[in-house]
Design a protein around this ligand. Structure first.
Ligand SMILES: [Zn+2]
Length: 153
């Protein structure tokens, strides 16, 4: 389990711009995973939730916002996981919520070309959310994260 969280952190910390913060992606994915009948559905719902969250207005530029949002998302995911009595579907959902942003990291590292991203909110097939002032974006991200936790209590 420690390796799982370490992998999450490795994926999250270098996330570049053009993505809603990793916190809401994690928390919403975890909540959907908790409600899923099996790990495959959990992964799929987590990935689907990534589209919805990317479409919402947000702020990718503020590093302090990203840190707070990520901390809230990690804490919320941990709470959901514990409430589920360590149900792996929660982690599959969280992984699905986070996984699409991996291609940002691959593009930055030059492993894939920036124009070759496949996820619909990353390649322009579905419009990305407009930029929101950092304080308003933080409220929205913490609100989404809080709703994720509230859904399982
Ligand atoms: Zn994204």
């Amino acid at each position: 389990m420690r390796m799982f969280w370490l992998l999450f952190l490795c994926l999250l910390l270098p996330l570049p711009a053009l993505a809603m913060g990793g916190g809401p992606h994690l928390a919403v994915g975890a909540s959907l995973g908790n409600a899923s009948p099996n790990p495959t559905v959990a992964l799929g719902l987590g990935m689907a939730s990534h589209i919805v969250l990317d479409v919402l207005p947000h702020n990718d530029d503020s590093s302090w916002l990203q840190v707070i949002s990520l901390a809230a998302g990690l804490w919320t995911t941990k709470q959901i996981y514990e409430q589920s009595q360590n149900d792996p579907k929660v982690l599959w959902g969280a992984a699905g919520g986070l996984l699409p942003d991996l291609e940002h990291l691959l593009a930055i590292r030059g492993i894939i070309k920036k124009g070759k991203k496949r996820f619909p909110t990353h390649n322009g097939t579905i419009s990305h959310g407009k930029r929101l002032e950092a304080k308003k974006a933080l409220i929205l991200e913490l609100g989404v994260t809080g709703i994720s936790l509230r859904l399982i209590l």
